[in-house]
Write a protein of this length. Structure first.
Length: 518
């Protein structure tokens, strides 16, 4: 009899509404942490942006209305992989305060022996332990396994005893210590329940409460063997899809190529088959999650040609490297269904882009943004404030760039210092010390960067700011819900006016950790 396993794609870090109490220090801290992702409403409640819009639109509380409704790639991929290999598996895309009771009732009816939690969007140990406690409360008999980005990158820094302690404190029963993990989970299913000691990459708690660390076997799964099956998705759902693993660039602030290994590309036949599966299953749009979807260019152009020839009529969104497109290619993107792109511009200063090893210059973006705009493709630009070498002058260059860019939307994020990123190897060059959002370098510290970021937000009047946690997702999701772009702009402008008041009140207390802090 096959094992019963549940995959949970994401658990929100906090309720959609946070009540602020009378303590001035708590108020200051919460306003600082959430000033760009929540708005302060009557009754001193900090409300998630989309949850605020949900109330504005009069959507019933019991109805789903969250960007996390998008079908997340990592958990869909794992569900499909396990199902093809005989595991009795169910998939819960996300849990938040609005749907938690309904989803757990369904899980309790299924009665999983094993629950796997993806940590792609887990941002801290506290977030993980809260998620573990929530699952344990509702499914006390299940064996809880956590794997994915947060687990792998956190364990990288730890010795064996620290790994054991982290597992015990997390509320989980096991960790998958590999950046991929599909093979490990399948091996666990085949070994369940008596042979877990033989499962590679598993750190697990046995019946005696002791934590065992099994042998490591680095996974190198064929990306063509891990295709997503979209059967059973809701009509009109936005689905996430990857056609590549890792990234061919080595931006100094980014950890993804470091942990994901060599770039792996899916065969275009399989990409097209997956797109047809999404279309036939009722998907309303596709979000390609490849870090650099349009690189290598010849492959990208071939895919566009095939999408046009197939007449899929499936709207899509992606990350885009602006320096690798031209007017003709952007026209093909539009004909193939492209609705919007995320541009990781990062700075309006060529000096900072060079420090970042970004492989681009500001001059590349003006024509690409113009071509995209001419084709009606919406643009969201991402910018980092405080990268090593940053000064008030380079921040001013970023402000000028954003104002003149013709971007539709933008967002700002303070530099987040991770020790497994390339910049750590040259930390001495910049006199860079600290970690996370507690850092300083020769020309700036984190507090100064957050203060400058706040000022940029207050001063910029061209493109419209979006939620830095949701970025392009937010706009794509709301378009998928049937909102017009004018209605979305009204919503964002309302949110941004409220946010400006919070920024003035809170000041640069904490920059806030977002899902881009990698």
């Amino acid at each position: 009899m096959p094992i019963r396993l549940a995959v949970i794609g994401h658990i929100a870090a906090a309720p959609t509404t946070i009540q602020i109490h009378d303590d001035p220090k708590q108020r200051e801290l919460l306003l600082g942490l959430h000033k760009y992702t929540r708005v302060l409403t009557d009754g001193d409640k900090l409300v998630d942006h989309i949850a605020y819009l949900k109330k504005m639109l009069g959507v019933p509380q019991q109805d789903e209305f969250s960007v996390w409704e998008m079908k997340l790639c990592a958990s869909l991929l794992l569900q499909s992989h396990l199902g093809r290999n005989g595991v009795d598996v169910v998939h819960v895309n996300y849990l938040d305060s609005d749907n938690v009771d309904k989803e757990f009732r369904s899980l309790q009816d299924f009665g999983p022996q094993v629950v796997v939690l993806s940590t792609t969007f887990v941002l801290s140990g506290r977030h993980l332990s809260d998620a573990g406690q929530l699952i344990r409360k509702h499914l006390p008999e299940a064996f809880l396994v956590a794997g994915g980005h947060h687990i792998f990158t956190t364990l990288m820094y730890m010795n064996d005893q620290e790994k054991r302690d982290y597992l015990l404190n997390s509320g989980c029963d096991a960790f998958v210590n590999d950046v991929q993990g599909e093979s490990t989970i399948l091996e666990l299913c085949n070994a369940w329940p008596n042979k877990l000691s033989e499962v590679s990459n598993l750190i697990w708690k046995n019946e005696d409460g002791q934590v065992a660390i099994n042998s490591r076997a680095i996974e190198d799964n064929d990306i063509n063997d891990t295709l997503i099956d979209f059967k059973g998705i809701e009509e009109g759902a936005i689905v996430h899809l990857r056609t590549a693993r890792s990234c061919s660039f080595k931006c100094a602030f980014c950890s993804y190529p470091t942990i994901a290994g060599e770039l792996a590309l899916m065969d275009l036949d399989n990409v097209m088959a997956t797109l047809r599966s999404a279309k036939d299953s009722g998907a309303g749009a596709v979000f390609f999650v490849d870090d650099t979807f349009n690189v290598p260019r010849p492959r990208f152009e071939k895919l566009l040609d095939r999408m046009i020839e197939a007449g899929l009529d499936l709207p899509w969104y992606s990350f885009l490297r602006g320096q690798f497109v031209d007017e003709k290619l952007v026209e093909k993107m539009s004909r193939s269904g492209c609705q919007g792109v995320f541009l990781g511009i990062e700075s309006g200063s060529d000096e900072i882009l060079q420090n970042m090893n970004k492989g681009s210059a500001t001059e590349f973006y003006a024509p690409s943004i113009r071509w995209l705009k001419d084709q009606g493709i919406m643009t969201v630009g991402a910018f980092i404030v405080g990268y090593p070498g940053e000064t008030p002058q380079t921040v001013s260059a970023t402000a000028e760039f954003i104002e003149n860019s013709r971007l539709d939307f933008y967002f700002l994020q303070p530099f987040y210092y991770l020790h497994h990123t390339p910049v750590h190897k040259v930390a001495d060059k910049y006199k860079l010390t600290g970690s996370g959002l507690r850092w300083s370098h020769a020309t700036m510290n984190a507090h100064e960067a957050c203060t400058l970021l706040d000022q940029l937000f207050l001063d910029i009047s061209g493109p419209v700011a979006v939620n830095p946690d949701y970025t392009l997702w937010e706009i794509a999701y709301l378009l998928g819900k049937g909102l017009t772009m004018d209605r979305i702009l009204d919503y964002r402008n309302t949110i941004n006016q409220m946010t400006a008041s919070q920024v003035v009140e809170a000041g640069a207390v904490v920059g806030g950790v977002t899902s881009r802090s990698r």
